[in-house]
Design a protein around this ligand. Structure first.
Ligand SMILES: [Zn+2]
Length: 474
């Protein structure tokens, strides 16, 4: 019975059309997930830990699917499709293509730190591929990149980078983290990696995930399976069939969107960044093509755990959380031989589904705040790696005088050790060099009235002093 249905479903499930519905199927183990996938279902998201997988099916196969999986749940229509709004906006409370053009142009016009949107290439249908740079740092400062809308039906990823740009530019000069980041890094943003797919969904939303290159006979190429590193390694989460939602294209970087983007990224050489997607509430890091650790596993893991401590996102490799994927952007960013390893993560923004926050500004505000916290921590961690620090050691009477921090950033207690000499004074300075506190003991409870931000801890011994930068983030 199940077998017959499977064959019928395989033929039709792979093409996504309007009127699609999402169904949440209970799934806990690897074999639960592969069973669903092998039946030809398009997996929208899922979590082994939480025990579910969402599949997108066209309206006429809803009943069959519910029969195959009697414990499945039909999710609300507005979670898979944008419903019409009365205010005539493009995408509900998300920013549509025109909303984006207006937002980024205005931001550049009203803020000296924001460059006018600049083209790095042309999409399959001839649209401009654009990046925005925000910085107050000297030329040559390290780059950090944030991308969104690689998949055309994931508008929440775009809300996050818009919020991030707005926060950085608004808070510059008052929030010391924003100030520190823009004074020391070049922040690059690609708000729409896949403008053709997004335009196809506009106005009013839709389910176009891939780009709009139909020349292979299907309905587009999955940009996030078309990157060159380990492209087509196997067929797990990446398909050779043009009708599949994870069709990887005819060759590595066959698509204008990936080719132009990778050439441009290699030209700015970011230290790392986030390739934003939706949905589910995860933070993924490489390797994606097979579930093995990279040489930077401990960094990915410790940063990942730190960044997800407050928002509760599940953190790990794609294969830990869902299933392996090859040809995606994080593997390329980390592994491709055209550049040094770039420390990129893929956050899957915590929404209920692709369009679930369309009429819910509270949901958008909340997931943007969750992601903003991760953005700040990522930047602070990446900038620490390039040595934007004060000297941590000095010579005192022929021996080394050193100050070492415990964990950083800190939320409640700053721990540190001083070796080589007994400090005659300890102080905490803000980025303007003003003493704002005088800690005592090597485990110092941070006063509640000390704002979140970037500070220096300084130890003095006679005419020598050593300091270390730390960040308070609660
Ligand atoms: Zn995606």
């Amino acid at each position: 019975m199940r077998k017959i249905l499977v064959v019928a479903l395989l033929l039709v499930l792979s093409t996504v059309m309007n009127g699609d519905r999402l169904i949440r199927i209970p799934a806990q183990t690897d074999s639960d997930f592969s069973e669903v996938r092998d039946m030809g279902y398009e997996i929208a998201s899922g979590s082994r830990a939480e025990g579910w997988v969402d599949v997108m099916v066209s309206q006429r196969f809803v009943d069959e699917t519910m029969q195959i999986f009697p414990d499945a749940k039909l999710l609300p229509l507005e979670w898979s499709e944008l419903l019409p709004r009365t205010d005539n906006s493009e995408m509900g409370y998300y920013y549509g293509p025109n909303d984006n053009a207006v937002f980024w142009t205005n931001l550049a016009e009203t803020n000296d730190m924001v460059d006018t949107p600049t083209s790095y290439g042309t999409s399959f249908q001839g649209r401009d591929l654009q990046f925005i740079r925000i910085t107050n740092a000297p030329a040559g400062a390290p780059a950090i990149l944030f991308t969104a809308l690689t998949h055309g039906r994931e508008p929440g990823s775009n809300s996050v980078v818009i919020d991030w740009a707005q926060w950085l530019t608004t808070e510059y000069g008052s929030d010391t983290v924003a100030t520190f980041i823009l004074d020391n890094a070049q922040i690059y943003i690609i708000p729409i990696v896949n403008p053709d797919g997004y335009a196809e969904n506009s106005p009013g939303g839709g389910n176009q995930r891939k780009n709009m290159n139909f020349t292979a006979g299907g309905d587009g190429v999955d940009i996030n399976r078309n990157y060159s590193y380990m492209w087509g390694y196997d067929d797990s989460g990446s398909s050779p069939y043009p009708s599949s939602q994870t069709y990887r294209g005819t060759a590595p970087l066959s698509e204008p969107e990936t080719l132009a983007e990778t050439i441009w990224i290699d030209s700015i050489e970011p230290l790392g960044g986030f390739h934003y997607h939706t949905y589910g509430g995860y933070l993924l890091y490489p390797w994606g093509y097979n579930n093995t650790p990279t040489p930077h596993q401990s960094t990915f893991e410790s940063w990942g755990n730190q960044m997800t401590e407050l928002n509760g996102y599940e953190c790990g490799r794609a294969g830990d959380i869902l299933y392996d994927v090859n040809g995606d952007a994080v593997d390329w960013s980390y592994g491709e031989s055209t550049h040094e390893p770039m420390l990129f993560f893929t956050p899957e923004v915590d929404e209920s589904n692709f369009w679930s926050s369309q009429n819910d500004t509270t949901a958008i505000v909340n997931f943007c705040a969750d992601c903003r916290y991760m953005n700040k921590l990522l930047c602070m961690n990446l900038l620490s790696m390039v040595g934007i620090e004060e000297a941590g050691s000095a010579e005192v009477n022929g021996s080394s005088f050193e100050l070492a921090l415990g964990s950083n950033p800190v939320s409640a207690v700053l721990s540190y050790t001083v070796t080589g000499a007994v400090p005659t004074a300890m102080s905490v300075l803000d980025v303007a060099g003003r003493v704002v506190a005088t800690p005592a003991g090597e485990s110092w409870a941070i006063p509640a009235d000390l704002q979140n931000g970037v500070y220096f801890l300084r130890a003095e011994n006679g005419s020598r002093s050593v300091s270390q930068r730390f960040t308070i983030l609660r």
